[in-house]
Design a binder for this molecule. Structure first.
Ligand code: BGC
Ligand code: BGC
Length: 823
C-alpha cells in the first residue's frame, strides 16, 4: 500500500493524476485486466525457498541493495563486488577484461573467477552470494574473438526455421559457458515497425506471429526446458527477452524514442512475443529505454508490475537497460527510486553503480522505497541464481564446459552458422544466371566481398562492430573466400577485384554491396536508403552488365532499403542480411554443380516487406514472405522506378550529430591549400601526416562528438553535403548556423565559413560545451552562394588547437552569438 501512496505523491504535484477528465486515462496508463494471462512454468522446491528465505533474513540492507545493482566491468573491480556486494556485472559492447575489447577468451574466464571469488568472500560477515555476469551474446558469443558469429536476427527471421533457432541458442550457450559467463541479454524479441530504426536488425521480424514462433525455440536452446533447473550443470545460461515493451514501435524508428500507439497495439503487436517468453520460462526480462505515450518504460509501474509481473505472472527478474533509469522523469544516473518502485529488480548502472547503491540504501532507509519491494526484488534475483545452480556451482572455471576453448568457433558450430546463412538468403530477382556453374570463371567484386566485419555488423567484438580487421576474425570465412573455395572445388576459377576491374574476362560476376556496421541510435536513418558512397558498386554492376557479363548482386544489410537501381542493374539479386562469420553459406547456394544445377534449396523469405521507395510509408515493392526459389528461376524483369521518393538521405537541418555527419554527408580534414584531404570515418584516426588527431568524445550520447587535436600549422575541418545545398530561404529567415563546440585549446586564428566565405571568429578556451550561433546572413555577406553550397560548414584553424565538435545544425537557439565582422 505504501508503494501506491508513494506513487500518488509523485504524480499529484505534477497534476498528472488530477487533471484528467472523468473516464479518460493519463497517457501511459495501462489496464492490466485487458492483457493476456500466462503461467510462469518455473517452480522452486521448498528447500530452495527455505534457503532463499534464510539468506534474506541474514542479509543486511547493504547486501540486499548490492544484489540489485549491476556494474560494468569497465568500472567495477572484483574488490568493488566484494565491498558493495554487487549482485551482477556486465560487459557492455565496448568493455573487455583489462579494458581490452579484444582480450582473448582465457582472460574473460580468469576475470569471471576473480569476480566470483570476491562475491563469495564471507570474511567480513557477508552471506557471500555468487555474482552473475551478463553479456550481449546476440548473434553467437559475439564479444569474443574466435566465437562463431551467427547471422543477426533479421536473417534468422528469413529462415522461418524454429528448430534451427533452437540449435543456434544451444551452440551459443556452450560458447558462453566456455568463458564462464552466465547470462546473455538475448534474445531481442522486438517487433520493429519502422526499419529506419538502427536496431531493426536485432529483431527477427516485423510480424508478431513470426517473432513469437522463434522465442520459445531460442529460449530452449539457451536455457533448456521451460522449467529447467541447474542450468549451469546442463551447459546452459540464462536469457533476457528485451526490450520490454514497444522498443520497435517508436515514432519514425527513433532509437530510445516514444511509441505513440494505443494500448491494444502495444499489447497485440509488441506484447505478443512475451507470451512465449514467459511460457518458455525466460529468467530475465530487460525493460526498454523507450517511452510509451510519452512515459519512459523504466518508470512505468503499470507495465512492469501491473502487466508483466502481476497479470502475465512473470516470475524471473526485471533488469533495466544501460543507465536507462537516468532518463526517467525526475531521475539521474545516480538516483532513481522510481525505477525500483515501478518494478525494476536489478538496475543496470554500468558506471553509476556506486551512486546507485548509496542512493537506494538512503531511499530505503527513508521509507521512499518500501522494504517489501526490496525483498521482492532480491527474492526474484536469488530465485534466478538458485535456478542456475549458482549457489553450489563453484568458481566459473570449474563448471561444465568452462575453458573448453575448442567450443569457441568449433567446426560443428561453424557448420550450423553456415546452414543458417544458406537458409536466410532471400532471392528477389533471377533472370536465369543463378545458380552459377561450379566450372565458371567468376569475378567477385564490391566493397563488401572480402570484409567479415561488414558481414558481421554491429554488436561484434566492439559495440558498433567497427574498428575491426580480418585478424579479429580467426577461423572465419568471408563471402569471397567461400565463393572462391566453391568455384575452385568445382573446377572453375575465381578472381577478386573490389572495383570490378578484372584481369581475365569472367563468365559471371558477384558484386557485394550494402550497409556498414552500426548499433543502436548510430544506425538510425532518416530514410530507407544507402548513403551515396555505399552505392558505388552499383556503377560496377552497370559497367559489367554493359560488357554483357551476367551480374549477381549480393546485399549485406540489417534491413530492407530502397535499392531499385541495383535491382534493375543486376541479373540476379540476393539479400544476405548480416550473415556473420560463415560466408561459405552464400557460395553453397549461389554456386551449383558443374552443370549449374542447385546443390542446396533456396528457401529464405522476407521477414518484413521490402520498400518501394526510401520513404518508410510508401508501401511495399515485395511483400512480407516474398522470396524466389529455384522453381521460380528465369523470370522476366520490368525495370523499376529509380526515384527514391525523397530528396536525399538525411535531415536537412541537422548536419552532424551523434558523432556522425548526416547520412550522405562527409566530414573531412583538409590541408589549408587543399593538397591533402582525409575523410573522417572510424576513430581514432590521424590526418595531415599526423598533425591532426581525431578521436571520439561523449556529447549528448556516448561517443557523440569528434575531437580534433591539431598540433600546429593550418588545418580545415569541413562538412560536405551529398549535393549542393540551397538554404537561401533559411538565410532570409534569419536562421543561424549552430555549432556546438568544446574548445580545450584555442587555435591562434580560426574562421568559420562555407563555400567561398570565411568569417574570422575568436574561440576562447572554456573547455565546456557551447552552442555558438553564426547568422547564415553573415556567411552570405562574406561571399557564400547560399543557393548552392558545396561545403556547408568549414572551420579553419591556424596554430595548435584542441576542439571537439558535438553538433552542427541550423536553428535559432544559440547560447552565444558569434559576431559578424564586416567583410
Ligand atoms: C542496450 C541493450 C544491451 C545493454 C548492455 C544497452 O545499451 O540497449 O540491448 O543489452 O546496452 O550492453
Ligand atoms: C556500451 C553498450 C551500450 C551503450 C549504450 C556502450 O558504451 O558498450 O553496451 O549498449 O553504450 O549507450
Amino acid at each position: 500500500m505504501k508503494f501506491f501512496r508513494t506513487f500518488a505523491q509523485v504524480c499529484l504535484p505534477l497534476g498528472l493524476c488530477m487533471a484528467q477528465p472523468a473516464g479518460a486515462d493519463a497517457p501511459g496508463t495501462v489496464h492490466p485486466a485487458l492483457w493476456p494471462q500466462y503461467r510462469y512454468p518455473v517452480t522452486t522446491d521448498a528447500a530452495t525457498e527455505a534457503r532463499i528465505a534464510d539468506l534474506l533474513r541474514r542479509m543486511t540492507l547493504e547486501e540486499k541493495i548490492g544484489q540489485m545493482v549491476q556494474g560494468d566491468i569497465c568500472c567495477t573491480t572484483p574488490d568493488d563486488v566484494r565491498q558493495y556486494h554487487l549482485g551482477a556485472v556486465l560487459n557492455g559492447g565496448n568493455s573487455g577484461p583489462g579494458g581490452d575489447d579484444k582480450a582473448l577468451a582465457p582472460e574473460w574466464l580468469k576475470l569471471a573467477d576473480a569476480y566470483w571469488a570476491a562475491s563469495t568472500d564471507r570474511l567480513h560477515g557477508s552471506v557471500g552470494i555468487p555474482v552473475i555476469w551478463g553479456t550481449d551474446a546476440v548473434h553467437g558469443h559475439s564479444n569474443i574473438i574466435g566465437a562463431t558469429l551467427f547471422p543477426h536476427n533479421i536473417a534468422l527471421g528469413a529462415t522461418r526455421d524454429p528448430a534451427l533457432i533452437e540449435r543456434i541458442g544451444a551452440a551459443t550457450a556452450e560458447e558462453i559457458r566456455a568463458t564462464g559467463i552466465d547470462w546473455t541479454f538475448a534474445p531481442t524479441v522486438t517487433v520493429p515497425q519502422d526499419y529506419r530504426w538502427g536496431r531493426a536488425y536485432e529483431g527477427y521480424s516485423s510480424d508478431p506471429a513470426l517473432v513469437s514462433r522463434f522465442v520459445g525455440a531460442m529460449l530452449r536452446g539457451l536455457q533448456g526446458p521451460a522449467n529447467g533447473h541447474d542450468l549451469i550443470a546442463q551447459g546452459k545460461v540464462i536469457a533476457s527477452t528485451k526490450h520490454f515493451i514497444g522498443d520497435g514501435a517508436t515514432t519514425d524508428g527513433i532509437d530510445q524514442g516514444n511509441a505513440a500507439i494505443s494500448e491494444a497495439a502495444l499489447r497485440d503487436i509488441h506484447g505478443a512475443p512475451y507470451g512465449p517468453a514467459i511460457k518458455g520460462g525466460v529468467a530475465t526480462i530487460m525493460a526498454s529505454f523507450s517511452s510509451w505515450q510519452g512515459r519512459k518504460m523504466t518508470g512505468n509501474a503499470g507495465l512492469l508490475t501491473g502487466v508483466l509481473k502481476d497479470r502475465m505472472q512473470f516470475g524471473g527478474l526485471v533488469v533495466s537497460d544501460w543507465n536507462a533509469h537516468g532518463q526517467v522523469e525526475g531521475c539521474t544516473n545516480a538516483s532513481c527510486a522510481q525505477a525500483v518502485l515501478a518494478g525494476i529488480d536489478m538496475v543496470m548502472a554500468p558506471d553509476s553503480w556506486k551512486d546507485m547503491v548509496t542512493s537506494l540504501i538512503a531511499q530505503t532507509r527513508a521509507g521512499v522505497i518500501p522494504m517489501p519491494r526490496i525483498d521482492e526484488a532480491v527474492t526474484r534475483i536469488l530465485r534466478v541464481k538458485a535456478r542456475l545452480g549458482l549457489f553450489d556451482a563453484g568458481a566459473p572455471s570449474t563448471r561444465p564446459l568452462a575453458g573448453q576453448w575448442g567450443l569457441l568457433g568449433s567446426p560443428a558450430h561453424r557448420e550450423l552458422a553456415r546452414e543458417a546463412v544458406r537458409k536466410s538468403l532471400v532471392m528477389l530477382k533471377n533472370t536465369g544466371v543463378l545458380p552459377l556453374r561450379a566450372t565458371t570463371r567468376l569475378l567477385v567484386a564490391g566493397d563488401g566481398a572480402d570484409d567479415i566485419s561488414r558481414a558481421a555488423g554491429g554488436w561484434t567484438i566492439s559495440w558498433q562492430g567497427t574498428g575491426l580487421t580480418k585478424a579479429d576474425f580467426p577461423g572465419a570465412t568471408s563471402l569471397w573466400q567461400g565463393l572462391k573455395q566453391a568455384v575452385e572445388a568445382g573446377g572453375g576459377h575465381a578472381e577478386l577485384a573490389p572495383d570490378g576491374h578484372f584481369t581475365q574476362r569472367p563468365d559471371a560476376a558477384v558484386v557485394v554491396f550494402g550497409e556498414r556496421p552500426y548499433a543502436e541510435f548510430q544506425g538510425d536513418l532518416k530514410s530507407l536508403q544507402l548513403t551515396p558512397e555505399l552505392t558505388a558498386p552499383w556503377e560496377t554492376m552497370r559497367r559489367l552488365h554493359a560488357q554483357h557479363i551476367p551480374v549477381v548482386a549480393v546485399m549485406l544489410t540489417g534491413r530492407p532499403l530502397f535499392v531499385n537501381p541495383a535491382l534493375n542493374a543486376a541479373d540476379a539479386f540476393v539479400v544476405a542480411w548480416l550473415p556473420g562469420s560463415e560466408g561459405a553459406g552464400l557460395a553453397d547456394v549461389l554456386v551449383g554443380d558443374g552443370k549449374g544445377r542447385p546443390r542446396y534449396a533456396l528457401t529464405g523469405k522476407l521477414p518484413t516487406a521490402w520498400p518501394r521507395t526510401a520513404r518508410a510509408d510508401d508501401g511495399a515493392l515485395f511483400p512480407f514472405g516474398y522470396g524466389l526459389t529455384w522453381h521460380d528461376h528465369a523470370r522476366g524483369w520490368t525495370n523499376l522506378s529509380e526515384d527514391a521518393g525523397v530528396a536525399a538521405a538525411g535531415d536537412a537541418r541537422r548536419w552532424f550529430a551523434n558523432g556522425q555527419p548526416s547520412s550522405g554527408w562527409s566530414l573531412r580534414v583538409e590541408a589549408a591549400d587543399g593538397s591533402a584531404s582525409t575523410r573522417v570515418t572510424a576513430v581514432p584516426a590521424d590526418a595531415l601526416g599526423g598533425r591532426v588527431h581525431i578521436s571520439a568524445r561523449d556529447f549528448a550520447v556516448q561517443e557523440g562528438a569528434r575531437r580534433f587535436t591539431v598540433t600546429g600549422g593550418a588545418a580545415t575541418i569541413a562538412l560536405m553535403p551529398p549535393a549542393p545545398l540551397n538554404i537561401a530561404r533559411e538565410t532570409n529567415g534569419d536562421v543561424l548556423l549552430l555549432l556546438t563546440l568544446r574548445v580545450a585549446q584555442a587555435p591562434l586564428h580560426a574562421s568559420i565559413g562555407a563555400t567561398h566565405a570565411d568569417v574570422p571568429v575568436a574561440l576562447t578556451e572554456a573547455d565546456r560545451w557551447v552552442r555558438y550561433g553564426l547568422p547564415l546572413k553573415c556567411l552570405a555577406a562574406h561571399g557564400a552562394d547560399m543557393t548552392s553550397l558545396n561545403e556547408a560548414f568549414r572551420l579553419s584553424i591556424d596554430g595548435p588547437g584542441d576542439i571537439t565538435i558535438g553538433e552542427v545544425r541550423l536553428g535559432n537557439d544559440a547560447e552565444q552569438m558569434l559576431p559578424c565582422p564586416n567583410p
